[in-house]
Design a protein around this ligand. Structure first.
Ligand code: BDP
Length: 692
């Protein structure tokens, strides 16, 4: 068990032999290799063999010993006649019916049939064989991942090894792992994948790489996963040799149309393009005084004849903003850039919005841009890879964070306007919408993209049973660890909406609050000796609160009604400001850092209690990370507490700061082959000392 099978292990079900009502054959309504229905049939064989130890035959007609029929609803109707639910199945959706030994898995399209097969296998693997009959439809049409893979094989903000798509400047030759990955994606109903970094390299458009993209698409097509790519806005000039990349220049337009035709000739079902423009040094239309919409529409025109979609990112901001201007606020940027462009994007453009106004922090309010764009299709961008949240060395189960954003009601025009219903297209009646996840850790992301009303704990428990088996102790323990993991991480990193407090200059890992202010990146805390927090009120601050519809704006404008967990996001207060809990801000900082770090220690104990219940390879792998997290949580606790203690000179009422309970300083140990050195800034290591 090296974990590579993820949740698709198809481990033998306890007491499998006692199940009598298992079908004996499978009829696939399309036997063309590389069709998702064929894949579904293969998957059903593999899954039932693994889970129940039973080999099924390929049937052509139904048998009284039980048959699974898998295919599109349309193909089924042609051979077997109508069925009641046929009209209820929407694009990518499916009908699943289990009645004794007779099973129907019918998709609106082939991809839907494959999703239904995975759903059926997930039920079997969890021992659910009861009679059911239901239609499952997606909440939104776009359910994509964004890979941030570079052509040299590295991955921006990737923490799990090198790229499976690229190496040495080119698309990889061997696509075995690409197909394995597509299988995982299909099992959670992801239908599109952007394979390269948003900070895109134009040489992806070379003839050799276009052919390589075809290879990737061929490997993923049997799983119904459509390929898309990120583009570099300046490509016509830097790669194509033109003198300009002005989106309104006809030669530039023609260049994009031509290259798009070449790509579609090799990948006829390509999903579309993703574009990061005029942000963090990337080129874009603003360079030529053209609007972002004019830039996006240039790609839209090129892709339109092929049915392609343009995901245009709202992550546009100036990373040289000047902190001395008190009204400057990076959180305002997206609305400021996009507000006047609403309705000016072509119909096949979707504006892709990060969930909060800044950048994947441990706690942010929902982006106000979701309620600003009413005549533009939008999608939510989530970060599954834990860039600011521990980088795969800290346990942080993210579904509760995503749920909080998706369920947030922006109350546009005083009507219910949940983020999930805006990005599905429903609230503002848009034809497109959905979600994009910058990935790593997938299962809950895919299921919430399909159905955001699912409960975070139930998704987690399905994942645990599929990944670690049916032992109730394993289920209970991992559920408990995961459900408290986000609040725990928030406790020992940045509280009260002040942001994660990681190093901001590049790594985004480890405590370094001193780097957050006095720089152009705009992720400011505005902490000084007396006070902390960004004043984002309309009355005295940067007016960010005013970007929300009035019913929400009033809540954030007023310090009394702002929830404690976003207090420092919207308000600048003295350290002794009293929270609704009765504590002062600074005492809350101290206490929650102790509480969070203490909980991180117990996670190790909880995991150790599962030693005899989990295979040793995965047990040791996770234990290593939990142990690291426990240690790093203490570093976080002491660094942050010392930093604010030093800045505010306000005593911890419990007199703990600097005492480091249960911490053994490395420099106090017997060092063999290590030397101590002074750390700058001092608070990044306790006692300002580290070893090397
Ligand atoms: C930031 C990441 C950076 C990405 C950027 C983006 O640190 O690596 O390029 O987001 O989303 O959070 O474009």
């Amino acid at each position: 068990e090296d974990g590579s099978a993820g949740w698709l292990r198809y481990a033998p079900l306890p007491y499998a032999s006692s199940y009598s009502s298992i079908p004996s054959s499978i009829i696939a309504l399309n036997n063309t290799k590389s069709s998702p229905v064929y894949t579904a049939q293969q998957e059903l064989h593999r899954g039932i063999q693994g889970i129940l130890g039973k080999t099924l035959s390929n049937g052509t007609s139904t048998s009284k010993d039980g048959t699974i029929i898998v295919g599109t609803a349309h193909a089924y109707q042609k051979s077997y006649g109508d069925f009641d639910e046929a009209g209820d199945i929407e694009e990518d959706g499916y009908f699943l019916s289990i009645e004794g030994r007779q099973v129907l898995i019918l998709g609106q399209n082939e991809r839907g049939a494959l999703y239904g097969a995975f759903d059926y296998l997930s039920r079997l693997a969890q021992g659910q064989l009861d009679t059911v009959s239901y239609v499952s439809n997606p909440h939104a049409p776009i359910r994509w991942t964004n890979e941030w893979d570079n052509l040299d094989g590295s991955i921006e903000r990737g923490y799990a090894g090198p790229s499976i798509f690229f190496e040495n400047g080119f698309v990889t030759e061997n696509t075995t792992r690409v197909a394995e990955y597509a299988r995982l994606l299909a099992s959670i109903r992801i239908n599109g994948i952007i394979v390269n970094n948003v900070n895109a390299n134009a040489t992806l458009l070379s003839a050799r790489n276009i052919d390589g993209l075809g290879r990737l698409a061929d490997a993923m097509r049997p799983y119904g996963v459509q390929l898309g790519i990120s583009l570099n806005f300046a490509s016509p000039q830097t790669f194509g040799g033109l003198s300009t990349f002005d989106p309104l220049d006809p030669t530039v337009d023609a260049w994009w149309a031509n290259i798009t035709n070449q790509i579609y000739a090799r990948v006829p079902d390509m999903a579309g393009y993703l574009v990061k423009a005029n942000s963090e040094g990337q080129p874009g239309p603003l360079t030529f005084n053209r609007t972002l919409a004019e830039g996006a529409n240039m790609f839209a025109r090129a892709a339109k004849p092929h049915g392609g979609i343009i995901m245009f990112r709202a992550f546009v901001y100036d990373n040289h903003i000047n902190e001395t201007n008190w009204k400057a606020d990076r959180a305002n940027a997206a609305v400021e850039f996009f507000r006047d462009l609403d309705g000016k994007f072509d119909d096949n453009v979707v504006v892709q919005i990060k969930y909060g106004p800044i950048d994947f922090q441990v706690r942010e309010p929902a982006s106000p841009l979701f309620s600003t764009l009413r005549n533009t299709s939008t999608a939510i961008e989530l970060q599954v890879t834990q860039e600011y949240l521990g980088q795969q060395t800290h346990l942080v189960y993210l579904a509760p964070l995503w749920k909080e954003i998706l369920e947030f009601d922006l109350k546009a025009d005083n009507r219910s306007s949940k983020v999930k219903d805006i990005v599905s297209g429903e609230r503002f009646r848009r034809p497109l919408g959905g979600s994009a996840g910058v990935v790593n850790n997938l299962y809950a992301y895919g299921l919430l993209a399909w159905d955001p009303s699912l409960d975070a704990e139930e998704i987690l428990q399905d994942w645990i049973r599929l990944t670690f088996g049916h032992d109730p102790k394993v289920l209970e323990t991992i559920t408990d660890m995961s459900m408290k993991s986000w609040p725990t991480y928030e406790n020992y990193t940045g509280n009260l909406g002040v942001q994660t407090l990681t190093d901001i200059l590049y790594t985004h890992f480890g405590p370094n609050p001193a780097t957050l202010d006095n720089n152009g990146w705009g992720q400011w805390t505005r902490a000084d000796k007396f006070s902390i927090g960004m004043d984002r009120t309309v009355k005295n601050g940067t007016a960010n609160a005013g970007q929300y519809p009035p019913a929400v704006a009033n809540v954030y404008e007023n310090i009394e009604t702002t929830p404690d967990n976003l207090l420092l996001w919207f308000h600048h207060v003295i350290y002794t400001h009293q929270l609704k809990s009765g504590k002062t801000v600074i005492q809350h900082f101290y206490d929650s850092h102790y509480e969070g770090a203490a909980t991180a220690q117990t996670l190790v104990k909880q995991w150790e209690s599962l030693k005899s219940n989990i295979d040793s390879e995965r047990y040791e792998h996770v234990l290593f990370r939990q142990t690291f997290q426990a240690g790093h949580a203490l570093v976080w606790r002491d660094s942050i507490n010392q930093f604010y203690h030093n800045l505010s000179e306000i005593e911890d009422q419990a007199k703990r700061v600097g005492n480091h309970p249960y911490r053994i300083e490395a420099e106090k140990m017997t060092l063999s082959g290590y030397k101590t050195y002074r750390v700058d800034p001092f608070h990044a290591a306790s006692g300002a000392t580290a070893i090397v």
